[in-house]
Design a binder for this molecule. Sequence first.
Ligand code: HPA
Ligand code: ZN
Length: 325
Amino acid sequence: EVTSTFTQGLPKAELHVHIEGTLEPDLKLKLAQRNHVDIGQTTIEDVQKTYQYDDLASFLAVYYPAMNVLQTEQDFYDLAFAYLQRAAANHVRHVEIFFDPQAHTSRGIAFATVINGLYRATVDARALNIDARLIMCFLRDFSKESARQTLAEALPYKEKFIGIGLDSDEHNNPPLKFARQYEDAAAAGLHLTAHCDIDQKDSIEHIRQALEMMDVERLDHGTNIVEDPDLVDFAVRHQIGLTSCPLSNSFVSPEMKGQEVLALLEKGVKVSINSDDPAYFGGYIGDNYYALADQFALTKAQVVQLARNSFETSWISEDQKRLYL
Ligand code: HPA
Ligand code: ZN
């Protein structure tokens, strides 16, 4: 039987966590005070009461405004280091952390402020026995021109992040909108992933574009792929990683997509379990493994396979992978 002690203690990699989604109510209040930002609430309970959403759009409407409390390089450091301490307690050995520069540059925070604060936390995470890397995401509901500008601003810092991703509101914002930025990022030696959120309009078409036309190495969420056997074959043949997030799913849909995860495991797709936005969706990575294992009666062997998949589809070197596998 799989216990929460087992899921917490299992060595794992986390491949789908948004640093802005790790902003806990207590840190939000502390930063609001420190930076004299009025967020409309003054107690943890009142902040918690604003955490109401039932789909991607209503979640994002709570999520983005909260970021106003992040102002200085130290704020970004504190945010990331707090997450990394929790990740260490969850026996995360390697993490690839998403950040959304446009959510900050669009309100006047310099790109350098964001990346330097986050990067410094990843360096200090070595003392926690975690290898931490950064993935820069484009906001897909912003223009291509904004993405182009963001990539141009980011490339001078390319030693500080390992790949690019695509997040925010997927509705009418297909991966191909950013084909040019993905090409340019790949040419600069960066890894590629993209969100294909669950149960979106055009989910399958978006997955097809990302896999067949843009050469992404992973799909974030992406579990709607089970509806299309040819794409499932493609994912198996190309060892595409799918980063599923059970607790996040249960907020934006009636279910955590356990049947889909089990079906994909069975077919040999490299699906992993992740926390997405743990401060908003009620749990860190160990809780996500446990919720899924508990509700869908996973065996220990299945849970171990999910953790193996997380290392296998991570972007660490093959030499480093051998240490974990
Ligand atoms: N999907 C899209 N945008 C996001 C997500 C997500 O799961 N989490 C944070 N931003
Ligand atoms: Zn996400």
